[in-house]
Ligand binder design. Structure first.
Ligand SMILES: Cc1cc2nc3c(=O)[nH]c(=O)nc-3n(C[C@H](O)[C@H](O)[C@H](O)COP(=O)(O)OP(=O)(O)OC[C@H]3O[C@@H](n4cnc5c(N)ncnc54)[C@H](O)[C@@H]3O)c2cc1C
Length: 401
C-alpha cells in the first residue's frame, strides 16, 4: 500500500480529526483512560452512546462493511487514516462480536431476512452479541463440540453447555455452534445458529478470571427452542462460516493500533518517572527494551497493512491472521508488563483495594486501569484460539509442513 498522503488524504485526515475532537474530545478521553472501571459490560455511558450515534449519522460506523449495509466507499489509505486516528484518540469501538465477527458471516451467508433484521441493529449497537463456540470439552479442538440441536418441525431443540462465553451476561443474542449431525469427520455436521438469550432454558453462570474480573460465563442450554429461520447458511456447513469468522476475530485481537497507543504511553510514563536524578527513560537498558518492542511492532504493522489491503479489496483475512494474532498478543503483553514495571511500586497494589472513598491513585493516574488491563491481557494469547494452535495453523496453512 502506498502510504504517501496526497492533498485529498490530508484533507480527509483533517475532517476525521475534527469529527473526533467534536464527538470524543480530549477531556472525555482522559477521563476514560484513567478510570478504574474495567469494561466488564457494555452498559454505555452517555459519552459512548453519543459517539456511536454520531458515527451512524455520519455513515462512519462500519467502514469495512459492504456499502449497501452501511460501509463507506473509502479507499485503503482512508481506512488506514481512520484506524490510526481513532486508535490514537482511543475512541470506543463497536462491540467486536457483532460488528467485526458476526456481521461478515451474515452479509456473506445470511438470508435477506437475517440481514435486514440484524445488521442495522449491530451497526447502531442496539443489539449486543456473544460467541458460543467453546465448551468444557471443546476449546482448541473446537470441532469436538457436543452441544446438540435436534430439528423438531420448524424449530431446533438445543441442549448442551458453552464455556468462556464473553459478555453472555449482558448479551441480547448469541451466535452459536451446534452439532446437527454426527458425521464421519468432526468438522461435518456442525451448524451455525442465532439464539435469543431471552429464550426459556438458557442459564448464564458467571466465571471469574485473573484479577477478579467477570467477563466470561458458562451458558447452559436446556431444551432451548430456536426457530429454523435462525440457522445461518446451510445445515451441517457451519464449520465453514465459523472458520471465516475466526480469521476476522484473530486479525482484530492483534490490536496493532492499540499497542502503538500503549507504547507511546509507556514512553511518556518512563519520561515522567524520576530515577537517579534523571528519568527512567535515561536508563539505556530500559530504552533498549522499549526500542526492541517498537521495532517488532513496526514490523507487525506492515504485516497488518498487507492483510487489511487484501480485505479492502473484498477478500477475507487468510491464515496470516494467525501470525498477526501471535505477534500482536505477545507484543501487547510485553508492553503491559513493561508499563507495570515503569510504575514501579505504584503499580504493585491492586489499585481499587488501596483507594479510600473518592481519592485518586497515588502516582500516575494511568496506573488505575493498567493493572487490570495487564491481568486481562494475559488471556489474549488464549482466546480466539490459543497461540500454540495458531502455530499449528501457520505450519500447515502457511508453511505447508
Ligand atoms: C478471557 C477469555 C475469553 C474467552 N471468550 C470466549 C468467547 O467469548 N467465546 C468462546 O467461544 N470462547 C471464548 N474463550 C475460549 C477460548 O477460545 C479457549 O479458551 C481457547 O480456544 C483454548 O481452549 P481451552 O480453554 O479448552 O484449552 P485447551 O484446548 O484444553 O488447551 C489447553 C492448553 O493446551 C494447548 N494445546 C491444546 N491442543 C494443542 C495442540 N494440538 N498443539 C499444541 N498445544 C495444544 C493449548 O494451547 C493450551 O495452552 C475465551 C477464553 C478466555 C480465557
Amino acid at each position: 500500500m502506498d502510504l504517501a498522503l496526497t492533498d485529498a488524504d490530508l484533507a480527509f485526515q483533517a475532517e476525521v480529526r475534527e469529527f473526533i475532537n467534536t464527538y470524543w474530545p480530549e477531556d472525555v478521553r482522559r477521563a476514560r483512560a484513567t478510570s478504574s472501571r474495567f469494561e466488564e459490560s457494555r452498559g454505555h455511558s452517555p459519552e459512548v452512546r453519543r459517539w456511536i450515534d454520531a458515527l451512524n449519522e455520519r455513515g462512519w460506523a462500519v467502514p469495512n462493511w459492504p456499502q449497501e449495509w452501511g460501509g463507506t466507499d473509502w479507499n485503503p489509505t482512508q481506512k488506514y487514516i481512520w484506524d490510526k486516528e481513532t486508535a490514537k484518540a482511543e475512541c470506543p469501538q463497536l462491540s467486536a462480536f457483532g460488528a467485526r465477527m458476526l456481521a461478515p458471516v451474515l452479509y456473506t451467508w445470511g438470508t435477506d431476512a437475517q440481514k435486514n433484521e440484524f445488521l442495522p441493529k449491530i451497526r447502531e449497537e442496539r443489539m449486543i452479541w456473544c460467541q458460543g463456540y467453546s465448551e468444557p470439552g471443546a476449546g482448541s479442538d473446537l470441532a469436538g463440540l457436543a452441544t446438540r440441536a435436534v430439528r423438531e418441525g420448524d424449530e431446533y431443540v438445543v441442549n448442551g453447555t458453552k464455556l468462556w462465553t464473553s459478555g453472555a451476561h449482558v448479551a441480547d443474542w448469541m451466535f452459536c455452534l451446534v452439532r446437527t449431525e454426527s458425521g464421519a469427520k468432526k468438522q461435518e455436521g456442525i451448524s451455525f445458529l442465532l439464539i435469543d438469550m431471552k429464550t426459556p432454558g438458557i442459564t448464564v453462570n458467571p466465571v471469574y478470571i485473573l484479577g477478579g474480573i467477570h467477563s466470561v460465563n458458562e451458558v447452559e442450554l436446556k431444551d432451548v427452542r430456536v426457530p429454523v429461520e435462525n440457522l445461518v447458511g446451510e445445515e451441517n456447513k457451519g464449520w465453514t462460516y465459523a472458520k471465516g469468522l475466526l480469521t476476522h476475530e484473530r486479525t482484530g485481537i492483534a490490536g496493532v493500533a492499540r499497542s502503538e497507543v500503549q507504547l507511546a504511553r509507556l514512553k511518556r510514563i518512563a519520561q515522567e518517572t524520576g530515577m537517579d536524578g534523571g528519568s527512567l527513560w535515561d536508563d539505556p537498558a530500559f530504552r533498549t527494551r522499549v526500542t526492541e518492542l517498537e521495532v517488532d511492532l513496526e514490523a507487525l504493522s506492515v504485516t497488518e497493512l498487507r492483510v487489511l489491503a487484501q480485505v479492502a479489496q473484498g477478500g477475507a483475512p487468510g491464515p496470516e491472521s494467525s501470525i498477526l494474532k501471535i505477534r500482536g498478543t505477545e507484543i501487547g503483553q510485553a508492553i503491559a508488563m513493561m508499563t507495570i514495571e515503569a510504575f514501579g511500586y505504584y503499580g504493585m497494589p491492586y489499585p481499587e483495594q488501596t483507594l479510600i472513598d473518592n481519592e485518586g491513585p497515588i502516582g500516575n493516574p494511568y496506573v488505575m486501569p493498567t493493572m487490570k488491563g495487564m491481568l486481562y491481557g494475559r488471556a489474549s494469547s488464549i482466546f480466539g484460539g490459543s497461540n500454540e494452535i495458531q502455530k499449528n495453523i501457520i505450519s500447515k496453512a502457511v508453511l505447508g509442513l
